[in-house]
Design a protein around this ligand. Structure first.
Ligand code: GLV
Ligand code: MG
Length: 302
């Protein structure tokens, strides 16, 4: 699985940002053709994005392009121009505002046709599906099962909040007046369940107060605690925070490795299934929990 602690949004209409993003320590970059690009700049952005993928140095990063959603007139040409122009330099296509499995199937079929025509390995390019409204959330189990290309389900809070008429203007924060609990808990858990039931990653969306890194950490910390794999970042200042928040602490990582070593010893040498490690009782389920933390820590290079 690819590491996606920080997924950096880069507007495809801005060559300077496309250049700068290459030097930043984000796990994933997604070059955007959708909402950060004005309608009149879409054609130009496609060309910029294909050129940046072909000519840039994206070593160590997952390379993604976000196309426009399937209800727009831009979507088919976004996919065709970018994949024909730089399909061998692209890891995934992100599809926004997904509302049904058929929309993912459309993208899967189009990718297959282009891969065949271009002599690219068929099925290598993955898909990231954004869940951005009530319809997408209600259909999410079918969406999660819709294509073997799917790698992640991604929460789109800005569009989502607008689509359900949530009474707020600040993306990522609780709606004013909602003083207890977490207004996003149900949506985040729903996305997480659908993702995990199909072995997909779950990615949290953007936090738009880009100067407030403490706020970013606080909000990211909630989805990270639930098990989300990463979050969008809109500004270089958010990258390091995301990389830290979505990796376990050194202390938790060390403890997880200790549980794995101890459990391995007791089950194989002493043939016991439930044992004490200090004051804590551990068994096979503890080993599974420790594996999750250890895998995240190893992926983060701890
Ligand atoms: C992202 O696309 C969002 O709508 O939050
Ligand atoms: Mg959106």
């Amino acid at each position: 699985m690819r590491s996606r602690r920080s997924c950096l949004a880069v507007p495809g209409s801005n060559p300077r940002f496309l250049e700068k993003a290459q030097g930043l320590p984000a796990d994933e970059v997604f070059l955007d053709l959708e909402d950060s690009v004005a309608p009149l700049a879409k054609d130009e952005a496609r060309k910029n994005v294909a050129a940046a993928l072909r000519g840039g140095d994206w070593t160590g990063k997952t390379r993604v392009v976000r196309v426009n959603d399937v209800t727009t007139r831009w979507a088919y040409r976004d996919v065709i121009e970018v994949v024909e122009g730089a399909g061998d330099r692209l890891d995934c296509v992100m599809l926004p505002k997904v509302q049904s499995p058929a929309q993912v199937t459309w993208l899967d079929t189009l990718l297959t046709q282009i891969e065949q025509a271009m002599g690219l390995p068929v099925g290598r390019i993955g898909i990231e599906a954004q869940i951005e409204d009530a319809r997408g959330l209600v259909e999410i189990d079918a969406i999660a099962a819709s294509s073997p290309r799917l790698e992640t389900l991604v929460f789109g809070p800005a569009d989502f909040m607008a689509s359900i008429n949530m009474r707020t203007l600040v993306v990522g924060e609780q709606p004013p007046g909602y003083t207890e609990g977490d207004a996003y808990h149900y949506i985040l858990m729903r996305i997480l369940m659908a993702a995990r039931s199909r072995g997909l990653q779950a990615i949290d969306g953007p936090y738009l107060q880009i100067k407030d890194v403490d706020g970013f950490r606080r909000v990211a910390g909630r989805s990270a605690a639930l098990g989300f794999d990463g979050k969008w970042v809109l500004h270089p200042g958010q990258i390091e925070a995301a990389n830290e928040v979505y990796a376990p602490s050194q202390e938790d990582y060390d403890h997880a490795e200790l549980v794995l070593d101890a459990y391995d010893y007791y089950t194989t040498v002493e043939r016991r299934g439930a044992v004490m490690l200090g004051d804590e009782m551990i068994d096979e389920a503890s080993r599974k929990m420790a594996l999750v933390v250890a895998a995240k820590g190893r992926a983060a290079g701890l």
